[in-house]
Write a protein that binds this ligand. Structure first.
Ligand code: AMP
Length: 198
């Protein structure tokens, strides 16, 4: 079992690199943002609640997010050989809850991949994604708010995981293939895991 957290600012390439990790390591993908967007699309109660936060660039409350992840771990992700957490945790209480959830399932976090990208590039990428995909929260006002929230609430997790010896810093600028190559090297060093494809 190998559980990996993919960590980084909004627009840092978590979704893109997740797709490669799933393919190469056979991991199950849990993207908190995708779960929430799916609820919004289906018009569920949870979707309506989530939308009221997401559209303002705020994080949804920890308790709600943690219970969604717990439910996913016990349903879709049950019996998988490992999980890639994409966009979760985003706060220290979420990180502590995740450690606890995994411990209770006789597991652990094995590595945290940190995609490090400067703010200016994050902004440019999100504006571009907004144009290409129509993603509602990729607009200038919400992007500014999301970056502020990232620095205030999420970035402290970097230090948290460095202290735990789980953090793998990755330069998230440049070509997608080169970034994935660095991730593979980092994972091999930290966990001994080898990608199935070369
Ligand atoms: P993402 O697709 O990861 O960029 O997430 C899009 C939005 O969903 C974020 O800006 C938050 O409003 C919300 N969200 C996603 N993951 C979390 C989380 N772990 N905690 C709280 N809010 C989240």
């Amino acid at each position: 079992m190998m559980n990996i957290i993919l960590f980084g600012g909004p627009g840092s390439g978590k979704g893109t690199q997740s797709a490669r990790l799933i393919d190469n390591y056979g991991l199950y993908h849990i993207s908190s943002g995708e779960i929430l967007r799916d609820h919004i699309k289906r018009g569920t109660d949870l979707g309506r609640t989530a939308d009221s936060y997401i559209s303002k660039g705020h994080l949804i409350p920890d308790d709600l997010m943690i219970s969604i992840i717990e439910h996913t771990l016990d349903t879709e992700a049950k019996d998988k050989k490992g999980v890639i957490f994409d966009g979760f945790p985003r706060t220290i209480p979420q990180a502590e809850a995740l450690a606890d959830l995994l411990k209770r399932r006789n597991s652990d976090v094995h590595a945290v991949i940190g995609l490090e990208v400067p703010d200016e590039e994050l902004t440019a990428r999100m504006l571009n994604r907004g144009k290409e995909t129509g993603r509602a929260d990729d607009n200038p006002e919400t992007i500014e708010k999301r970056l502020k929230v990232y620095h205030e609430q999420t970035q402290p997790l970097r230090e948290h995981y460095i202290k735990k010896g789980q953090y793998i810093p990755i330069d998230g600028t440049g070509q997608v293939d080169d970034i994935f190559h660095s991730i593979r090297e980092g994972l091999r060093e930290k966990t001994g895991a080898e990608a199935s494809k070369s």
